[in-house]
Ligand binder design. Sequence first.
Ligand SMILES: NC(=O)c1ccc[n+]([C@@H]2O[C@H](COP(=O)([O-])OP(=O)(O)OC[C@H]3O[C@@H](n4cnc5c(N)ncnc54)[C@H](OP(=O)(O)O)[C@@H]3O)[C@@H](O)[C@H]2O)c1
Length: 260
Amino acid sequence: MIPQSITLIGAGNLGYHLGRRLHASGAEIRQVFSREAAKAQELARATGALPVSRLEEVKSGAGLYILAVSDGAIAQAAATLQQHLPANSAVVHTSGATPSTVLAPYFPKYGIFYPLQTFSRSREPDFTTIPICVYSPDEQLEQKLLSLGKQISHSVHCIDDEQRAILHVAAVFVNNFTNHLLHIGHDILEEEKLPFELLLPLIRETVDKIETNRPADMQTGPARRNDQETIKRHLAYLKKFPNFADVYRALTKNIGKMYR
Ligand SMILES: NC(=O)c1ccc[n+]([C@@H]2O[C@H](COP(=O)([O-])OP(=O)(O)OC[C@H]3O[C@@H](n4cnc5c(N)ncnc54)[C@H](OP(=O)(O)O)[C@@H]3O)[C@@H](O)[C@H]2O)c1
């Protein structure tokens, strides 16, 4: 059963896409909150909702309140909402790294609606393949969240706080750190006036091959081979990028430890 109506608190990278996707899937978005009136208005227009730019204006009566605000603002937003909403309101947040229990002091019907993907406003996500991790200690609310997840994705999972925290650590490695390494590769080529496009097939193959193979079996390169001559040459070149040399040394050392 889909919650009869949703109020979305937050119109950032995730809120922007989640709100539009929920609306497109048939959910009623009642209000959209951003402290920036223009941002709230833009997303409200796209979701058929009413814009609000003060938490005090959030109305009671929505079937679900989704807090898609920065991790550090979740508790503060919940505390403010508690002053205006009935105590039995269902309130969830969307953070992978934050325990659901941060909401417990404010709303007994709390939970999680965490889409495990990286969202940037400028890039349209395909929600159908995004794992949605839901959780609530309230069985009825968890069922609602499962139904809502299935409304937008083929991959919906009940994942408790502990499991989600672990998933988030792994996600930081595979996404945030990988992207940082892409950033370093990009900067090096830019500095040397070489086109980054030359690396794109390599980047794609790195990801494609681990769909059917264990990453550990797919590792290649000088650190995997313990090719000390090449490593020395790379480090000599990287003297002009001391920060990148530190990352190179740390990863080379770690790869070495995992294979020898
Ligand atoms: N982006 C992702 O890849 C991703 C993926 C999965 C989960 N998440 C989770 O989704 C949540 C939102 O992330 P995001 O990437 O969308 O962040 P974001 O783009 O930085 O947007 C943050 C939102 O939080 C609001 N906000 C920040 N401080 C606030 C405060 N003190 N009071 C009220 N609202 C405040 C901002 O309001 P204004 O509009 O007024 O600035 C904005 O709407 C986070 O919990 C994050 O962990 C993000």
